[in-house]
Design a protein around this ligand. Structure first.
Ligand SMILES: Cc1cc2nc3c(=O)[nH]c(=O)nc-3n(C[C@H](O)[C@H](O)[C@H](O)COP(=O)(O)OP(=O)(O)OC[C@H]3O[C@@H](n4cnc5c(N)ncnc54)[C@H](O)[C@@H]3O)c2cc1C
Length: 391
């Protein structure tokens, strides 16, 4: 019996699992192959709908699928991986009940993703990576009065600032660069301008060219000396890969991501993708963006190559060329870049929703999304604006 060990319960491992199960039905059925998932979280968090959850348009539980449900043919172990021993092909971990253990692997997939870098904000800012993080933010927004400060003006920060503005009166968005969504500005200036206009419509106080230099329980200080009183700080400052001891010797990029081959290998019988890895775009050679689309597509490819390796065939090159990007600013208000075509409004919004529904790991949860969106957006529209702003 050969064992495939998947590290993490995110997009990469979920899609690697799916691809393997489709290709190794017989082997799994006969018990020739075992799939084990070691994950620090017990659920898969579907980040795509984070904005809708924050805006109160979807319940949090719809975006979280227990790993045992999402990967029923795998043995799921709730554990934090503490070390990978490449020489003896073992993974060391501490299970949720505190027991230290190790597991041998024949094939290993590193899908441990990343965390927001919190330089200067450690202990003061919330992030939204894990399932507990988002419920903590919702709890804070519900009970704490006063402004919410969002640090980081990329597409995720802009979308979350807009979503928060739908729930709370005051949102301050701090961006170190001289404009928000800088990457989108270069690629799709019209869409970037729409993002700026949506933030203005929602009353988000955008402060560009500034950094947070200090933060405590009640305020943040910005690099121009101004102080913003706040009890809720949310960091959307990009991501830094989770560093797993034992993998330090492998090639990494400057950001610390594991550099993969064209077949998405990082070492013999060890594959990686998603936020943990630096995967070269098949056409340009430039590392692909750390987002869900690339994690899904590369995770899928990893699963196919693991299945090929277990059946004695050589791995294939990753050839996916990309699709685009999108963000939402409320029902019917979206921006989307689809194969370079800029789209806005309902078309962009519906395309984005359709894409996310297609990739939600749970069909039953996906089926409930449209009705929840309609019901909750109608309920929000029925609340007088002043009350809605303070809720
Ligand atoms: C709030 C938010 C909103 C986003 N919105 C979008 C969006 O709209 N569109 C988009 O394309 N992308 C979006 N992204 C980015 C996208 O979610 C990530 O690129 C994607 O999750 C990367 O997938 P992954 O599998 O590499 O890592 P993740 O999905 O982060 O999974 C990592 C897994 O590894 C586990 N793990 C970490 N360390 C350990 C350890 N030591 N031991 C065991 N398990 C461990 C974690 O528990 C988790 O299960 C968003 C991200 C966030 C945080």
């Amino acid at each position: 019996m050969r064992r495939v060990v998947l590290l993490g319960g995110g997009y990469v491992t979920l899609h690697a699992y799916g691809a393997m199960v489709r290709r190794l039905r017989g082997e799994l059925h006969r018990g020739d192959v075992e799939i084990v998932v070691l994950s620090a979280d017990t659920v898969h968090s579907f980040h795509g709908f984070t904005g809708e959850v924050v805006a109160g348009l979807l319940p949090l539980e719809l975006t979280q699928t227990p790993l045992t449900e999402a990967m029923p043919r795998a043995r799921v172990v709730h554990a934090r991986v503490t070390r990978v021993d490449l020489a003896t092909r073992h993974v060391e971990f501490t299970s949720s009940d505190g027991v230290e253990d190790r597991l041998a692997y024949d094939a290993l997939v590193v899908g441990t993703g990343g965390r927001e870098p919190l330089d200067g904000l450690a202990g003061e800012a919330l992030t939204l990576r894990g399932p507990g993080d988002l419920s903590e933010l919702l709890q804070h927004v519900r009970v704490v009065d006063g402004p919410v400060v969002v640090v980081g003006g990329g597409l995720a920060g802009v979308e979350l600032a807009a979503a928060l503005a739908a729930r709370t009166a005051d949102v301050v968005l701090v961006q170190s660069g001289d404009r928000v969504v800088p990457a989108l500005h270069d690629e799709q200036p019209r869409l970037a301008a729409r993002c700026v206009a949506e933030l203005a419509r929602l009353g988000v106080d955008v402060r560009t060219g500034l950094r947070v230099v200090a933060a405590d329980d009640t305020s943040v200080t910005l690099s121009d000396g101004s102080v913003v009183g706040t009890r809720v700080v949310l960091a959307t400052t990009g991501q830094r890969p989770v560093a797993l001891p034992g993998l330090e010797t492998l090639p990494r990029d400057r950001g610390g991501r594991l550099v993969t081959t064209r077949e998405l290998l990082v070492a013999p019988d060890v594959w990686s993708a998603g936020d943990a890895a630096s995967v070269a775009h098949p056409r340009t050679g430039v590392p692909v963006t750390a987002n869900a689309l690339w994690a899904i597509k590369a995770g899928d490819h990893v699963g196919r190559n693991v299945a090929r390796a277990l059946t004695g065939r050589p791995g294939r090159r990753f050839r996916y060329l990309g699709l685009g990007q999108a963000a939402s600013f409320g029902v019917g208000r979206g921006v989307a870049d689809l194969y370079g075509l800029p789209l806005t409004g309902w078309v962009a919004w519906l395309l984005r929703i359709g894409f996310f529904l297609r990739f939600m790991p749970s069909r039953s949860r996906a089926a409930r999304v449209p009705a929840e969106l309609v019901r909750r957006s109608r309920a929000a529209a029925a609340v007088p604006p002043r009350v809605a702003a303070r809720r």
